[in-house]
Design a protein around this ligand. Sequence first.
Ligand SMILES: NC(=O)c1ccc[n+]([C@@H]2O[C@H](COP(=O)([O-])OP(=O)(O)OC[C@H]3O[C@@H](n4cnc5c(N)ncnc54)[C@H](O)[C@@H]3O)[C@@H](O)[C@H]2O)c1
Ligand SMILES: [Zn+2]
Ligand SMILES: [Zn+2]
Length: 350
Amino acid sequence: MRAVVYHGPGQKAWEEVPDPEILDEGDIIVRVDAVTICGTDLHILKGDVPEVHQGRILGHEAVGTVEEVGDGVHTMTPGDRVLVSCISACGTCRFCREGRYGQCLCGGGWVLGHTIDGTQAEYVRVPFADMSTYRVPGAATDEEILMLADILPTGYEVGVLAGGVRPGDVVAVVGAGPVGLAAIAGAQLYSPSHIVAIDLSDARLEAAKHFGADVIVNNSRQDPLEVIRELTGDLAGRLGVDVSIEAVGTPATFELAVQLARPCGRIANIGVHGKSATLHLDELWSKDITITTGLVDTSSTPALMRLVASGEIDVKRFVTHHFGLDEFDEAYDVFGRAADTGALKVVLSR
Ligand SMILES: NC(=O)c1ccc[n+]([C@@H]2O[C@H](COP(=O)([O-])OP(=O)(O)OC[C@H]3O[C@@H](n4cnc5c(N)ncnc54)[C@H](O)[C@@H]3O)[C@@H](O)[C@H]2O)c1
Ligand SMILES: [Zn+2]
Ligand SMILES: [Zn+2]
């Protein structure tokens, strides 16, 4: 088969590799029908995720058809249409028992396209298939369901739920890439009073408006701190946002997200960071803030799937570009130059 193989920072190729095989009784082999590229794949290519070794097949999001099932798989049969989630779960370890699948101790967590071969391929082996894949509801299209593999649960769990968004809150989202936009869509479910989207790209800020941002700030031209002070300053004691969500993954954006929060505010970091950021404890120690970090668990996937299937969350807007499965070079180029191309999610399908 062919697959996107990582060859060290800055290098990848769509090339011929051996077909995946069942290695454990809980495995399935999925024929990839639709697949996408994540901001995290760009981090890997920058060298920010050093545990990804050369030779690894990238990708952790897919919708496909079950080809083959291991002897220990109970809920899937060949021919089933499934969502392959970015997080796998053994289902029995201490963390899986608490729904904290991202932290799985027994070979699950974020493994696809990270520590085992991933989904940017014609076929993929998925471990712990009963816990790590989801049967797709009939009416939804492959590309709608594909948005549930990573960005929607990530924005919702690591941004909105970890940040504790409540009705009436002012929420800032730093970074309006697909994950930041998913956080905006998820925050909407809680009726915040204002959502402020901050990004360097006008195209992405324009998209943020469609997903529900009330205020957009291009921080290459405008100081987000000033905008937020103006927005929240007239409400006594509420200088700053209630919840600040970081969805970029750089020291500067993390520090900005922290700066934007009011005293007693909450800062939810989603971004994957390759470098340390400074925590200004000399300014923060008395502000009573809460900072959360998180790897997505995807425990919200069933609930989000119902919201997508019922049209409560409009996922069609995420998909801006379509490619054939063998057009990864073009797709990475378009996704990697999102500020110029306006790309949000690119979908490659058979
Ligand atoms: N924690 C998790 O479980 C998890 C899961 C998936 C993705 N992620 C991470 O979430 C982050 C966002 O993912 P994505 O797919 O949306 O990435 P992306 O690269 O498509 O989007 C990042 C956005 O940040 C903007 N940006 C860059 N520098 C900025 C700055 N200085 N100020 C304001 N905006 C800036 C870019 O213009 C872009 O729109 C990435 O770091 C990704 O690795 C984390
Ligand atoms: Zn991802
Ligand atoms: Zn586990």
